[in-house]
Design a protein around this ligand. Structure first.
Ligand code: FE2
Length: 385
C-alpha cells in the first residue's frame, strides 16, 4: 500500500503576511437532501462502505425530518428526508432532485465565522445558534454560497456526543466493510454562464480563500464542448473548492447539462482520497459502483512518457490501472491517480471522484489533454484529423 504524500500547495507564500480571518479546521460534514434517506443510507453503506454513525428520526423525537449520518475515516455524510409535505426541504428535492444542501466546515468559533463572512457580504442562512444536550453544546451558523447550497460553520469544541445534539448513536446489524475512503480532497461547484469569477470573488472576499489554479476553455475542451475552472483554497489548504462554469462549444457542455438537470448551480462532484486506489476501486466496482468508461489503449500507451517528462516513476502496475479504468496525471511535484463515478442519482448531476495523490497537487486537467491527444492520434491514422 502506498502512502498519501503530503502535498505542498505553497499556500503559505500566497498568504504571506495576510491574516486568515476564517480559519477552517476541515470539512465537518456534507448533508444531502434526498427523497428516501433510509434507502440512500443503504446505498452509501453497501456500495461505498460508509459506516452507520448517528441517527435522528421519530424514534429520537424528531417529528419532521429523519437524518442518517454515515462515516468513513474522516468523511461524514448526512442524508436527510422530510417526514411530511410541510417541510421546505421538499422544495429543494422537487427542484433539484437528490443533492448536496450543506457543505459544513469545522471551525473553532462559529459566531465569529458568521460575523466575519456576513460583514463581508455573505447572505445569512443561519444566525449563530447553540444546541445543547447532556453531552455538551454545539454552536452552528451558516451562509449561502452558489445556488441554494450553504456553508454551515460547526463549533464542536464543547461537545462530547456522537454527532450533534438531537442525534443518537446509530447501531446497525448491517455493517459492510469500508472501501478505504479517507477524507474529502476537494469539492466542486458548477455555476452558471459567466458566473465563475463572481463566485471566485465571493470565496476571496467573503471567505478569505485564494485562487491558486485556473484552467481556461482552451485547456479543458473537446471537439464538442468546453468548460472553465478555477480552484479556490482556504489558508491552510484543507478546503479546496474548484468552481466550474460552462464555455461555448459545438454541443452542450457537461456543465450546462448539470445546470439544466439540477435546475441551477450546485455541487458537481465530491473528490474523496484513498491511499490505495487499486484496492478501493476494485471494491467499489465489486459492490456495483459504476464508473465512467475506461479510456482507450492509446491513453495508457501515452502514460509512461507523461510521467517521464516530469521524472516520476509509476509505483502501480499500469495493466491493473488500465483494467480498473484509473486515470493518471502528473505535474512537477508528483503524479495522481483518479477515477470518476457516473452520477449517483437519476438526474445527471452529482458524482464522486476517487483520488490518490502521489505528490501531485493538480486536479487531473492533464487527463483531458492526454485523452484528447490520444484520440487525435487515432484520427490522424484514419486521416480524419
Ligand atoms: Fe475533481
Amino acid at each position: 500500500m502506498s502512502e498519501i504524500k503530503n502535498v505542498d500547495y505553497g499556500l503559505e507564500k500566497i498568504f504571506d503576511g495576510a491574516k486568515d480571518f476564517l480559519p477552517l479546521l476541515g470539512t465537518d460534514y456534507i448533508e444531502f437532501y434526498v427523497g428516501n434517506a433510509k434507502q440512500a443510507a443503504y446505498y452509501y453503506k453497501s456500495a461505498f462502505g460508509f459506516q452507520s454513525y448517528a441517527y435522528k428520526g421519530l424514534e429520537t423525537g424528531s417529528g419532521d425530518v429523519v437524518s442518517y449520518v454515515l462515516k468513513q475515516d474522516k468523511i461524514r455524510i448526512v442524508l436527510t428526508t422530510p417526514l411530511n409535505s410541510q417541510s421546505n426541504i421538499n422544495d429543494h428535492i422537487v427542484k433539484h432532485g437528490d443533492g448536496v444542501k450543506v457543505i459544513a466546515l469545522w471551525v473553532d468559533d462559529a459566531t465569529k465565522s458568521w460575523e466575519e463572512t456576513t460583514s463581508r457580504g455573505a447572505k445569512s442562512y443561519m444566525e449563530p445558534t447553540t444546541e445543547k444536550d447532556e453531552h455538551g453544546e454545539v454552536v452552528r451558523s451558516g451562509i449561502y454560497t452558489y445556488g441554494e447550497t450553504v456553508h454551515v460553520f460547526v463549533e464542536r469544541k464543547n461537545y462530547k456526543g456522537v454527532f450533534l445534539p438531537g442525534f443518537e448513536k446509530w447501531e446497525s446489524d448491517f455493517n459492510p466493510e469500508p472501501t478505504g475512503l479517507k477524507f474529502i480532497d476537494h469539492m466542486v461547484g458548477n455555476v452558471g454562464w459567466n458566473e465563475m469569477n463572481k463566485w471566485v470573488k465571493f470565496y476571496e472576499d467573503v471567505m478569505g480563500f485564494v485562487n491558486f489554479l485556473s484552467f481556461d476553455d482552451k485547456q479543458i475542451t473537446t471537439e464538442y464542448s468546453a468548460l472553465m475552472s478555477k480552484v479556490m483554497s482556504n489558508g491552510n489548504g484543507r478546503i479546496k473548492f474548484p468552481i466550474n462554469e460552462p464555455a461555448e462549444g459545438k454541443r452542450k457542455s457537461q456543465i450546462e447539462e448539470y445546470l439544466d438537470f439540477y435546475e441551477g448551480p450546485g455541487a458537481q462532484h465530491i473528490a474523496v482520497a484513498t491511499d490505495d486506489i487499486i484496492t478501493t476501486v476494485g471494491k467499489l466496482r465489486a459492490r456495483g459502483i459504476e464508473f465512467l468508461s475506461i479510456p482507450p489503449q492509446e491513453y495508457y500507451d501515452a502514460v509512461p512518457l507523461r510521467l517521464e517528462e516530469h521524472n516520476h516513476e509509476l509505483k502501480e502496475d499500469i495493466e491493473t490501472l488500465k483494467r480498473l479504468g484509473i486515470l493518471i496525471d502528473a505535474d512537477e511535484e508528483g503524479y495522481l491517480l483518479q477515477i470518476f463515478t457516473k452520477p449517483v442519482e437519476d438526474r445527471p448531476t452529482l458524482f464522486f471522484e476517487i483520488i490518490q495523490r502521489m505528490g501531485a497537487r493538480g486536479f487531473g486537467a492533464g487527463n483531458f489533454k492526454a485523452l484528447f491527444e490520444a484520440i487525435e492520434r487515432e484520427q490522424e491514422k484514419r486521416g480524419t484529423l
